[in-house]
Design a protein around this ligand. Structure first.
Ligand SMILES: [Fe+2]
Length: 347
């Protein structure tokens, strides 16, 4: 963690509002802002490998995805590892959902159509679209983000970062879903409250799509172009955001450029999901490593200029996230230089 504290050269530390879109302050200092000896309390950086979080739905087909982190703003992170398809249908009436497929292949059926998602795909299911999903062979693993306001693909330009016509795949009607019943439909609110309806018919049995717009789509992380300001790098560019700005999502895979200064992010928690290598991103080399730096905590972050390459994405959220007890138990305190386990943690 100390490769950035070279000699006695001054260390740059950047404080920013509104991500990188608002006021900022850059200072030099002789000591390394991310260093801390120990910490007590909840507002502390952590890391975990999501394989270590065993969701209930892995062994219990009747279970819902397990919550990893919550917030007062209603932004939540969950994880699923189903081995069986959902025997019920869910409609999230208070949040849009973005499912990232870390492992396996997953079929999503919704009341806007169906699609099959593969590793590296983001799948967007807006609020009040009913859905169910299941692995199409073997086990799957996903990380799910819920946001109260609508998610949209918002790259910085209409072309370039995302090839919409080629790479954004819309759900399509699956006529093989027959209208057999009875079937449970679970209405889910932002705090996880469940109201269970029993329907005489399968709500996802559809006849045809009558509009050209389809709200359910998928996009693979590897098809989102990276944005860098040559030769120094600069901040990443978001490709997806929520309408009220409580969540911004960036491709944070390997890219060229220099290492940015130490950062204090005044308004956003930063959660990076390291998907896979081959290259390591600082202290992250296990696929499915989730790192969390709460807002206001000085951090540097590993260099993104990794020649071997790696895949990762960043969620910046105005919500102040809190890990659930299960996620706390499966995670460890993290240093915020290169995102290794903090040296105060034994083992
Ligand atoms: Fe940052």
């Amino acid at each position: 963690m100390s490769d950035n504290k070279n000699n006695n050269a001054p260390i740059m530390q950047l404080w920013t509002r509104e991500g990188f879109a608002g006021p900022l302050s850059l200072v030099s200092r002789s000591t390394y802002g991310p260093d801390f000896l120990s910490v007590q309390g909840p507002h502390a950086p952590r890391r975990c490998v999501i394989e270590g979080l065993v969701p209930q739905d892995q062994s219990d087909a009747d279970a819902l995805p397990s919550v990893v982190a919550t917030s007062k703003l209603g932004v939540r992170l969950l994880t699923s590892a189903r081995t069986q398809p959902m025997p019920f249908t869910v409609r999230n009436v208070e949040a849009d959902e973005l499912h990232f497929i870390q492992a396996g292949q997953v079929k999503f059926d919704t009341d806007a159509g169906s699609l099959i998602a593969d590793e590296g795909d983001f799948v967007c299911i807006p609020r009040s679209v009913a859905y169910r999903f299941g692995p199409t062979g073997g086990a799957m693993r996903s990380l799910i983000m819920e946001t109260p306001s609508a998610l949209n693909l918002t790259p910085p330009g209409p072309v370039g970062m995302i090839n919409f016509s080629r790479d954004v795949k819309l759900a399509a009607i699956d006529l093989d879903i027959v209208s057999t019943g009875p079937m449970s439909l679970l209405l889910k609110t932002a705090d996880g409250e469940i109201t269970r309806y029993m329907l005489a018919h399968d709500p996802l049995s559809l006849g045809g799509q009558m509009t050209s717009s389809v709200p359910v789509w998928k996009l693979n992380l590897s098809n989102i172009q990276l944005h860098a300001y040559e030769p120094h790098g600069g901040p990443p560019s978001m490709f997806l955001s929520s309408r009220d700005g409580e969540a911004l999502v960036f491709n944070l895979s390997a890219r060229s450029g220099g290492r940015p200064p130490v950062h204090v992010n005044a308004d956003f928690d930063e959660l990076v999901f390291y998907v896979r290598g081959p290259g390591a991103w600082g202290g992250c080399d296990e696929p499915g490593t989730l790192t969390w730096v709460p807002k206001g905590v000085p951090h540097h972050g590993p260099s993104e200029a990794v020649p071997e390459g790696y895949q990762a994405w960043l969620l910046e959220t105005r919500a102040t996230m809190r890990f659930t007890p299960e996620a706390l138990a499966a995670s460890e305190l993290m240093e915020t230089g290169n995102y290794f386990r903090h040296p105060s943690v034994s083992g």
